[in-house]
Design a protein around this ligand. Sequence first.
Ligand code: HEC
Length: 634
Amino acid sequence: MLALGLLLAGEALAASSGVTSGSAPDEQAMRGEALYRQRCAACHDHPQDRIPPRELLGFRSPRAVVRVLTHGTMRPMAEGLDSSEIAALATYLTGRAPGSEPVPLPNRCAKPGAVVTVGSGDWPSIGRDVAGQRFQPEPGLRASDLPHLKLKWAFAYPEGASGPVQVAGGRVFLASGDGQVHSLDARSGCSFWSFGTGRVVRAVTVAEFVAGEGNARRSAVFFGDDQGIVTALDATSGALLWKTQVETHPLARITAPPSVYGGRVFVPVSGMEDPLTHDASYACCTHRGSVIALDAASGTVLWKQYTIESAPRPLPKASPESVQHFGPAGGSVFTPLGIDARRELVYAATAEAYARESPPGSYAVIAFDMKSGARRWERQFMPENGERDRICRETGETDCRNLFSLSTQVMVHTLAGDRDRLFVGSKAGWVYALDPDAQGRMLWSRKIGRGGDLGGIMYGPSADAQTLYVPIADTTVMPPARAGGLAALDVRTGAVRWQLESELPRCSWQAGEPAACKDVNTCDCSSAKAAATTTIPGAVFAGGWDGHLRAYATANGRLLWDADTAVPVAAVNGVPARGGQLGGYPVVVAHGAVYVTSGASAMGRPGNALLVYAINGKAAVTGGTDVRPDQLEQ
Ligand code: HEC
């Protein structure tokens, strides 16, 4: 019921653009402030763990705040508020009324695009391949070309950057903060189509599958949303192919993009119940993460498995008056699923349990049979209780749950050639290498970060044949110490080939010395590397919390290129674009161009920019074939 009521409130809001008409902005802001004191201040005036401080909420656009409250993680906190109250909160937090933002131009392409096919030099899914190695063997540029990269075009994500782009068939596919999925021309950024969902979509996957009688191949864009719905659109035309509700828990959401393989779509499900564990009056908790397989052509559910197998039950109460709690719950899958084509397995990396206990299925890598969904093996990564408490004290974590979440996709590393290995990282700062042929037996493990609710390791590493490149976030490390860094580990042994400390952060939004920035709760200028990395032959790209994209030589970590993406730029769709923090999502390299989504993070400085760099500002975006730099159009 909760979900339905809130959904209706959200749609009513979206339908009426002039939500604040009738009362002056000042009046709205005052109403908003009162509501903030009642409903939000208890958490956001006392930031801890993952709670962002109030000041940082104000950098969002007013509509983005409305969306968080009606469709996003704060939906339960806004339960019962009507649309004018939600608009008042957004006006108070951002200083602007929702609906006052500039409206982007449609910027339609003059000609319809060619039929989309996925070619070898494309980057169709977040891990580039379904194994999640994030290695582009045919980048269309060399490491030595990187210093010559220039901005070619930029796109302003309507209502904020939501997630990364994918590149296939000469097009760019992405989702924006206003719940639209877009297909743009990779050459110029003009728009072939956009599809409005009215829901929160973060990341999409483009894939081909065989459909219908004649075994014709078809390309589609697949994505999940905050309402537990998975959608497939025709990649060429944007027409709806199917839509399937895979989860009905009101607090379920799909944060990571699906993985598509062998005519099946594998979807990881997470939940937004975690913030409610901070609320003593909440009947915590009933949401469990899950993995779902759908038929790519029809959207039919083939199987569904919860990460935590036992369903939540009422737990013993501390006293007759205390709130009834439930468990086990948790085990969300926030990261994409790793596909092991050779063994026909799908791997999920799971996050925390919502209570102090760690039931099977939480903090774990789980291997599911691709065809039947049967659970083949599972391995949990939670230290013994004494050790767990010691680590929590050391890192200063307050609730000691989140810290041990697995925080990266399970990478199926096949590039080495000698054998396959699985890699996964944790917020506590560990990298684990597992043997896929021995039920996930540990091959090696290495701690490379300090660990915390926002890193150790926050998003995934990338690899080449010999080396795993792991970004380290550690956002709680404050100047003069430098947060985070980048580690290059030998895939066979885990030995450190080289490890970099982060540069001093340089944030376009913050004047003065970085050393002035003493407190993570009020300062969002950090050098943390909280974005997934991307590797091409000879270079690894790592995004910084300070908005800088940096590329390093794979051989020794030498800095090759540094671009500040947190800058205002003119966008092809006619509204100002400005980047922000680089967190979460990897850059995409395809056909001689580097695509950077800047500002797509809930935890730091938000932004709305897609920046496309190419050598001398020119990219060859023909789709399919690799293009050498000397063949680029002049
Ligand atoms: C019980 C604690 C709690 C309360 C109460 C609370 N929040 Fe939050 N809020 C959080 C946490 C934790 C996060 C980080 C959530 C995440 O990303 O998982 C957050 C995140 C946010 C974000 C950023 C989310 C995003 O995805 O970009 C906004 C905006 C926000 N809160 C606004 C509000 C407003 C407005 C209220 C009052 C109506 C409120 N919050 C009440 C704990 C709380």
